[in-house]
Design a protein around this ligand. Structure first.
Ligand code: CMC
Length: 428
């Protein structure tokens, strides 16, 4: 028998069904609430609202757990392969060798974008943020691939996913070249996913960029750790747009726009900016933390806190290990890493952060790692987008494949004027 909760309003009693997920988390199903009671719920920021049922990613924010299709993210650490994880997220299982080879081959073959699209990059000012170009160009892909404006089966999903996951890195690299006024470097079919991206970013017509294994592993892992995070702002945006049956390219372009914001994917840029300001002596780590705690301060300790994690963000824990390993292998010291460690130490002994359960999040270490690899700051959030793309595709496809899925359309509580008659203030 279905478990229910009782709601009493205006002397009437209603039974609302309880829904349970596979890990035991419970929700009150209010889908009949308005029809039966005339009431809606109010939850600004959606902190208590489940917008869908999903089988892709499980998070336990209290315990610091993150699993993709059941697999804890820490298990990808020793053999990081972003392409394999992308398949896992989208299709629900790890790929067989044949599936993996086929998908990798498609990623290689579909890396180029239509030549007429490459001219579009010249239409942007040199100063254009690469995230703006990325969103515009991913949307533009729907003009060049009308055959994928509808996806009806798994073969089509595989074909469109391969194109998008391959082309996003080409677009990202071309956007970067544009911002530097450098000639475009076309993809090299001999190179694997990450190495090919770095080649398009950093090779010169007269000099090939060689990417070592340590760097490739670090970026593969960084992309994997960003690959999905259930109903975050950008993924919810992708689902919201997709719920109108908008195509995959357009839906993912909206995801890029949502990710751009400083409270979401843009935070890793802000983290680096904060560390740089501390490093340049504008203030000490202690002073920065003091300001971040002030009630009316415009500063926040960037890279700390999370809507869902009320414990260590497990991605931050892995990233911290990668940062340490990378610096050791590169035989490099970075004063910003020392400042990051100091900030972490201060906050772990500060009641403000402990009481509010504010711990380092994924963005706290990702900027330091990208900087060490030589990725320019204006590309940090773009790399987050490349990583998050398989998650967006998986969620779009999950929703696209849900029979009788409804368009997402929240309601509101109106707080404006009561009925007011039209009396024009303009002279007749
Ligand atoms: N520094 C100082 N105080 C903070 C911080 C911070 N980074 N984050 C939250 N607080 C305080 C906040 O002022 C509030 O205090 P009080 O209860 O006294 O009013 C309390 O903690 C709760 O904060 P909130 O704003 O209600 O929390 P939220 O769940 O709405 O926001 C957040 C989550 C991630 C936007 C926020 O913690 C934040 O702005 N962090 C810094 C930006 C950042 O690192 N963003 C990346 C998020 S992880 C990547 C991703 O998944 O997109």
């Amino acid at each position: 028998m279905t478990e229910t909760v009782t709601l009493q309003v205006d002397g009437k009693t209603y039974q609302l069904p309880l829904v349970q997920g596979t890990e035991g988390e419970r929700a009150i199903d209010i889908s009949r609430l308005r029809a039966e009671t005339g009431l809606i719920t109010l939850d600004p920021g959606y902190g208590n609202t489940g917008s869908c049922e999903s089988a892709i990613t499980y998070i336990d924010g209290e315990q610091g757990i993150l699993r993709y299709r059941g697999i804890p993210i820490e298990q990808f650490e020793n053999n990081p392969n972003f392409v394999e994880v992308a398949w896992l997220l989208i299709f629900g299982k790890l790929p067989s060798p044949a599936q993996y080879d086929r998908f990798s081959e498609a990623l290689t073959n579909k890396a180029n974008i239509d030549e007429s699209m490459t001219h579009n990059f010249q239409g942007f000012p040199r100063s254009a943020p690469p995230m703006a170009i990325l969103s515009a160009m991913i949307n533009a892909l729907s003009c060049f691939h009308p055959e994928f404006r509808k996806v009806d089966d798994l073969d089509q999903l595989e074909a469109v996913a391969a194109r998008l996951i391959s082309k996003i890195r080409t677009i990202a690299a071309f956007a970067y070249r544009r911002s530097r006024g450098k000639p475009i470097m076309y993809p090299d079919p001999k190179l694997r996913y990450v190495a090919n991206f770095l080649h398009m970013m950093f090779s010169q017509p007269y000099e090939e960029y060689i990417c070592d294994e340590v760097t490739q592993d670090a970026i593969n892992l960084l992309l994997i750790l960003h690959a999905d995070h259930e109903q975050n702002c950008s993924t919810s945006t992708v689902r919201m747009v997709g719920s109108s049956q908008a195509n995959l390219f357009t839906s993912c372009a909206s995801g890029v726009s949502a990710l751009w914001g400083p409270l979401h994917g843009g935070a890793n840029v802000q983290v680096l900016d904060m560390l740089n300001r501390i490093h340049k002596g504008h203030m000490s780590p202690e002073e920065y933390v003091r300001r971040a705690k002030e009630k009316d301060s415009s500063e926040r300790l960037m890279g700390f806190g999370h809507r869902v994690y009320k414990n260590f963000d497990p991605r931050a824990t892995v990233l911290q290990r990668i940062a340490e390993r990378l610096f050791e292998k590169m035989n490099k010291k970075d004063p910003l890493l020392d400042i990051a460690r100091k900030l972490e130490e201060i906050t772990l002994n500060d009641s403000y952060f402990l009481e509010r359960k504010l711990y380092p999040n994924v963005d706290f270490y990702s900027g330091i790692i990208l900087r060490a690899i030589g990725i320019p700051t204006n590309m940090f959030t773009v790399i987050f987008a490349i990583g998050r793309l398989p998650g967006w595709i998986a969620h779009w496809a999950e929703q696209n494949g849900t029979p009788n899925a409804r368009i997402a359309r929240p309601r509101q509580i109106y707080t404006g004027h009561p009925k007011t008659d039209y009396v024009s203030l303009l002279k007749s």
